[in-house]
Design a binder for this molecule. Structure first.
Ligand SMILES: Cc1cc2nc3c(=O)[nH]c(=O)nc-3n(C[C@H](O)[C@H](O)[C@H](O)COP(=O)(O)OP(=O)(O)OC[C@H]3O[C@@H](n4cnc5c(N)ncnc54)[C@H](O)[C@@H]3O)c2cc1C
Length: 421
């Protein structure tokens, strides 16, 4: 067993910790946390001073019969799609990048651009195999309480070894993609609200750099026309972290203005890769923020009026963002479920002391409005804030204490938020 002491971080690069990394081989002996492809933004996927079990080496396709696809949890969406799309299948829920493992997707119970219609990832999972901290391997279905505690449980209930996923039939690898431009806030929200009834996929971008709250709305459904054409893994990108950030007020404004300019209203056929995973075109794009990294502040609030209040505060943030994602989400099950019917907004900002202070204050406002911060993206929450946002926090802690009395599974996030010691 090769153990390497390394400094690890999440995708945002702001939080780091020294940990012992080793490949997961079916045993949880010491204290630590599993890690997929490290696409969670903060500190959920490493354990400082403990072990971090790397999942990707275990990623075989075990069985595929009709729509049921059974694979080892280290398999990524990229690998799933490369196998199933040429045969006319696609995962029912995908995140904004293909480079997420099935285990990581379940552990965050991720949502896609179709959450308003199709729910979260775990809603399309028939069963999982979970290695409990005591070494027992459990077969769990949606009838089990532990299934839902593991969905969104951020690796704290056990290590997911196998995922049995229900795929969906698709007629091509292209999306009939409608782009709408909204010139102000009301138009943006009302278009999303009305069009999500017609379109299975709906998401918007708001221009954080512009005076008026203009935005681009992307609507889509799989196209009946066209072939099944796969997109290979991206080759262009940043292979090292820059000592300084390329993202500042000026470059953020430039990128946002270009994004607005190239997205003309109209309908087009767009490859699944460009529609679902636009950021994957540039490998290692997170390194653009340099050594200090960046923070993604991703919240959900039930009411549009709350969203408007929070956005008006975000307009005064210490830095500008070119990356904002607005979605409407539906109900989600599980004690650490992020989603509930409401508006979800994600915004990327450069890491700095001012931005951190500003976002911690904003997190209080999210709680006041009855909202939540998405834990898999979080880098800043205080324990009291997280508890106020997640009503079933205590029942999750109790269940965790019951199945993991020695507290073997723990991450920097679970320690920071006092979910574990
Ligand atoms: C560009 C980008 C776009 C994204 N878009 C979306 C989106 O649209 N919707 C959304 O919901 N999320 C989105 N995310 C977040 C991402 O989907 C989640 O953070 C996901 O959990 C990352 O999976 P991973 O394999 O990289 O896991 P990691 O980041 O390595 O780990 C995430 C969590 O899962 C746990 N975990 C990993 N593997 C296992 C396992 N086998 N068993 C038990 N626990 C495990 C880890 O302990 C950790 O707590 C996005 C992230 C990026 C970078």
């Amino acid at each position: 067993m090769l153990v390497k002491e390394v400094v690890m971080s999440g995708w945002g690069g702001m939080l780091r910790g020294r940990t012992f990394a080793l490949s997961y081989e079916g045993k949880i002996i010491e204290k630590g946390i599993p890690r997929g492809l490290g696409r969670s933004y903060g500190d959920a996927s490493f354990c400082e001073g403990g072990y971090t079990w790397l999942m990707p080496p275990r990623r075989a396709l075990l069985k595929w019969e009709g729509s049921l696809f059974i694979a080892e949890a280290g398999m990524s969406f990229y690998e799933v799609i490369q196998k199933v799309l040429p045969q006319g299948w696609f995962p029912a829920v995908v995140p904004g990048t293909q480079f997420v493992t099935l285990g990581g997707a379940f552990a965050s119970n991720i949502h896609g651009k179709n959450h308003h219609r199709d729910g979260s990832f775990a809603d399309h999972v028939e069963w999982i195999e979970l290695r409990l901290p005591n070494g027992e391997l459990r077969h769990l279905t949606p009838q089990d309480e532990l299934f839902w505690a593991t969905a969104g449980g951020l690796g704290l209930t056990g290590i997911i070894e196998v995922v049995a996923l229900r795929l969906r039939r698709v007629p091509s690898s292209y999306i009939l993609h409608e782009v709408r431009r909204a010139r102000d806030w009301d138009e943006l929200l009302s278009t999303l609200e009305t069009e999500e009834i017609r379109f299975p996929y709906a998401v918007a971008w708001i221009d954080h750099t512009h005076q008026r709250n203009r935005g681009i709305i992307h609507l889509g459904r799989f196209s009946e026309k066209g072939a099944f054409r796969l997109r290979p893994s991206p080759r262009v990108g940043l292979s090292f972290t820059l000592p300084f950030s390329l993202i500042n007020r000026f470059s953020a404004e430039l990128i946002a203005a270009s994004y607005w300019a190239i997205h003309k209203a109209g309908t087009r056929e767009t490859s699944y890769a460009d529609f679902f995973f636009p950021l994957d075109r540039v490998k290692g794009w997170n390194r653009l923020w340099g050594r200090k990294g960046f923070v993604q502040f991703h919240f959900i609030v039930p009411q549009a009026s709350s969203l408007e209040r929070l956005w008006s505060h975000l307009r005064n943030s210490p830095a500008r963002s070119f990356l904002t994602v607005l979605k409407r989400l539906g109900f989600q099950r599980g004690p650490l479920a992020f989603s509930g019917p409401g508006w979800s907004l994600a915004i990327d900002l450069p890491a700095s002391v001012e931005v951190g202070k500003f976002l911690i204050r904003l997190a209080d406002m999210v709680a006041e409005e009855g909202g939540r911060i998405y834990l898999t993206k979080d880098s800043l929450l205080q324990p009291e804030q997280a508890q106020a946002m997640y009503p079933a926090w205590e029942s999750f802690r109790q269940l965790k204490a019951y199945i993991d009395p020695e507290g073997r599974l723990r991450s920097n996030l679970s320690k920071r938020l006092r979910l574990t010691e």
